[in-house]
Design a binder for this molecule. Sequence first.
Ligand SMILES: NC(=O)C1=CN([C@@H]2O[C@H](COP(=O)(O)OP(=O)(O)OC[C@H]3O[C@@H](n4cnc5c(N)ncnc54)[C@H](OP(=O)(O)O)[C@@H]3O)[C@@H](O)[C@H]2O)[C@@H](O)CC1
Ligand SMILES: Nc1ncnc2c1ncn2[C@@H]1O[C@H](COP(=O)(O)OP(=O)(O)O)[C@@H](O)[C@H]1O
Ligand SMILES: [K+]
Length: 504
Amino acid sequence: MKIFTSAQIHELDKYTIEKEPISSIDLMERAAKALTRAIEAEWSADIPVVVFAGPGNNGGDALAVSRMLAADGYQIAVYLFNVHNHLSEECATNKQRLIEANKIKAFTEITMNFDPPELSKDNLVIDGLFGSGLNKPLSGGFSALVRYINQSSAKVVSIDIPSGLMCEDNTYNIRQNIVKADLTLTLQQKKLSMLLADNQCYIGQLKVLDIHLSQEYISQKDCEYKVLEENDIKSRILPRKDFSHKGTMGSALLIAGSYGMAGAAVLSTKACLRAGVGKVYVHTPRRNYNIMQIAVPEAVMQMDREENYFSEAVDTHDIDALGIGPGLGQQEDTAIAVIAQLRRTGCPIVVDADAINILANHRAWLQQLPAGIILTPHPKEFDRLYGTMSNSCYERLEKARKLSKVLQAYIILKGHYSALCLPDGHVEFNPTGNSGMATAGSGDTLTGIITGLLARGYKSVDACRVGMYLHGYAGDLAAQELGKESLIASDLIQYLPQAFIELS
Ligand SMILES: NC(=O)C1=CN([C@@H]2O[C@H](COP(=O)(O)OP(=O)(O)OC[C@H]3O[C@@H](n4cnc5c(N)ncnc54)[C@H](OP(=O)(O)O)[C@@H]3O)[C@@H](O)[C@H]2O)[C@@H](O)CC1
Ligand SMILES: Nc1ncnc2c1ncn2[C@@H]1O[C@H](COP(=O)(O)OP(=O)(O)O)[C@@H](O)[C@H]1O
Ligand SMILES: [K+]
């Protein structure tokens, strides 16, 4: 699913009006019907509804919804904010229609001072103040109203987007002045800001309502952001040929583990094997030999000369993909070995965890990374790597996008919607996965999976896409059976086979 920016959404809106063709007011009527249906599916007519409508089309939607809910027997009090004595055309038309329908309990148009109504836990607030047309943080009377709504115990449903939240960048927004919704009914597509962790407290439950905007525009228009869908993945899963043997299914090498962190090597190696690769080699310190042999008998061991940590770059001529970093530690010898390894490796590489931390401590080395390298940082690792803290998830995402371009690398910024940043500036979000995966070792399994897919023959971009999706999908299957609370990283590996079956 493409994620258009607010500017593109306005273009899409205009394009639909011209090409369908449909009048703007009828398009609003269509949106309002979808919104009304969604609200009625959640709340019955005995809940008293208070509607706050703004001067633009978001307010127009709210007024149309008020009319429709009133016609279905809901008790509605409407407050329309017209402090600059200017309403958008569709908002003004819907104000007229609402008054003419004469079905609502109270209608107040605010042009100056506003005495807010009492809001109790038994009320439903419909927030139609501002939508995709918001162009600066809320202030003055609007911010006072937002704070009043947020401190009340009423249930809040936001139309299109919680008022005060920008569709993209909220780095410099004033966070107290954003509505905290229980339910957000967003039109046509999720907005970029809804995919970012620091905005989750405003969104509540999120539902996307299809209002049938132009499919032609949607399919033709290039778009920097998209959310991966099941079909994007299914079409990319490689078939397994009947006559394949372990020599044709690829060889992966993992350089992982140190004293006390053998588990990271175990998890990434098992996950790598489960990704369908022919052979998996593990290079790990001597101390981990017994642990690895017992935990993963299918893997071939290569022992480092050091007892406790990775210390020497290894030959990768016979290897199809390298995964480096899980549980590696950050000894100075390890750091030198990591950079030597990255320099001499000719096959595709996944860099994770401590290998990323090492690069962060030696940022000059970043210039030496081969193009096409895959980096899988979580947000903290990314901040270390980039060398600055980010004030918002949007800012971090933009930095990741920039770094991907500069390094010509694939960067997977991990989280709930992990963001795959491509060297050409596009970003693809992964929709699978759940909070049960917020448990140590989850990232190690992702590294193993992507390394396995690369060795198996997937091109880098597809190994990232399919790897992220499968990893989250396995997490979702595991959560269905086991619940989220007790889920551990090993469960992801256990459910990987089922994930493959369902996506193949
Ligand atoms: N696109 C679609 O597909 C469809 C969209 N639809 C609906 O339209 C909505 C978008 O409507 P919209 O463009 O009229 O913008 P909206 O959010 O109502 O606000 C604009 C007004 O706010 C003002 N304003 C801005 N910032 C401000 C601030 N900080 N503080 C105070 N004022 C501020 C701004 O004033 P300006 O700054 O321009 O003078 C202008 O007056 C969209 O979210 C959806 O609900 C559906 O009906 C049909 C399909
Ligand atoms: N709330 C969540 N929703 C979806 N995926 C999650 C969530 N929390 C964690 N994950 C996934 O789990 C993995 C965690 O990686 P990471 O933080 O590197 O873990 P570790 O270093 O412990 O192995 C990432 O792939 C991330 O996308
Ligand atoms: K809104």
